[in-house]
Design a protein. Sequence first.
Lengths: 309, 358
Amino acid sequence: METTVPKLIADTTFERQSPSVEALRRLLKHRSAQVGMVLLGILIICAIFAPWIAPYDPIKPIRTATRRSTPCIHFLGCPANKEQHIMGVDGNSRDLFSRIIYGSRVSLKIGIQSIGMAILVGGLLGALAGFLGGWLDNVIMRCMDVLMAFPGILLAIAIVAVLGPGLMNALYAIAIIEIPIYARVLRASVLEVKDRDYVTASRSMGASNTRLLFTRVLPNAMTPLIVQGTLGIATAILSAAGLGFLGLGNQPPTAEWGSMLSEERNSVFNAPFLVFFPGLAIMMTVLSFNLIGDGLRDALDPRLRGSGA
Amino acid sequence: MLQFLAKRLLMLIPVVFGILLFTFALTRLVPGDPCYVMLGEKATKEKCDDFKKRFGLDKSIPEQFIRYMGNLAQGDFGTSIVDKRAITDIISERLPMTVELTFFAMIFSSVFGVLLGVISALNRNSWADMGTMLIANMGVSMPVFWLGLLLAYVFAIWLKGTPFFIPPSSRLSAGVSLVPLAKIWHLENLTGMSRFLLQLISNSAILNGILTGNITLVRDALWHLILPATAVGTISLAIIARMTRSSLLEVLGLDYIRTARAKGLIERLVISKHALRNALIPIVTIIGIQIGGLLGGAILTETIFSLPGVGSAMVDGILMRNYPVVQGFSVVIAIIFVFTNLIVDLSYAYLDPRIRLE
């Protein structure tokens, strides 16, 4: 009887991928992150190609349009002799769809820039506090406690009170309220990494503190910061919309979703679409970052998988 | 427990000091001469000198700070630049509204958040679970004021003519009003902190109604809070539901739950007595963290429902450059927030004896 012995294929190798490639692979397979990335992709395309996608100017009123007229889509049976306005016309006779498209630029800008600033400042403070310890740690973290003692939006309002209302000032205010979060996250992460063997080894070989911090500790302590940063962009966009809604952020006529909502809030009972679409745009944008953030957390730290529910 | 409380109170001192320093710095950081900023460009030099003297701005910065702290300790928050009213009066008028809204939003989000989380965890991967988590994800991403506007639209327009109709109206219905407690209790001569506290209680429609036995007032005030509290509480509800689900799932997988089931306990007791109590610590943490968000949500939402609260007072303060008002509200809310967090910390210590011993 002849037996078949499975052949050992000598050249089968299991390629070991770097942790970041592994994480990226896991992220791309993550179901909710996929939804988030598609939403964010659409948003980025809208922001970059706004002038080509938007059928009208976002700021100039359309003379032929009736104020607060309902959405008119030819495809869905709106008479061809009427001008097409997918999301209707706002109270200043501007095409709402065009304003929503342009609004994506402002939201992305605020979200990414403010969190970028917060990560830079907060991360640096947290890293120094965690790495150097002692009185510096105490001073920095107590200052962070004071900033955390204010409810976020209240602190943002107080900062805007000093700086004055406006888009850039809202951006700074949001960056400041987010600083303590990143300081805390990075401090905790640095505290965990700084006692690892490879850091001790490097230190015993005579590496300076700066070198240790920037080449050994920080690169290995960044994971929680990446997750927190993505989720933070979502919060920042919500805060910016809130400030815009209160009239303290973006000033008209620039298209920004929060202030668009605020301008039309009194017409919610007779032209609800003017309130519905800007809110939906904010929700979808925030949702995309939240979903990607959840996916990143699962992908970067397999131990936590599923714990975020 | 007392020792724990004393330790936590001591730790609050630097934070409260920091809050005072920060809010003091707020008005001093305004670019330009505070006098011209507050009185306008056309103010004369004499007017400015008088203004600086009145507000102590001619003194050195440390002196000004000590004076500021001294005034606060006596319950003096300064006067509004626009209408010369005492800031304490404005705070006692506006703060109860925001606190009531935050409180009911918290009750709403905690009760329904934990309930939805438990349902989700017990029916893991079912339609109920997926539906709850979908709503939770959307809830986390919604701007609170947008939800408020949508709720106002649905309940006032769609449900008009049904028993579910709720008017998106102001604090109280026409014809219902509250009588100041000072008047009823003949305490009109009170001054300082006690007057401030009495006004705070008196201006809270619900407390006022309960204390004076005015049921109509309480019912009407609660009725008007349903929509705003739902709007403000929804985001927190979503977060609490997510946390309850994951925390309960984690606990349900532990050995002692298996033991409880093995010894024949009925499932309801296993969940309520064994699992939920231990799953509660992270849930209480998350509820505590939500308080700031809820306060912020209340500030953003009250304008939609024409509720006279802190939000509109602060925004008006900023637009009219009425800095003492902004400063006063910031101090009071930050201090309330700090003490609420203390209560949350104490509740952990109650739930988890290990924390007390640390």
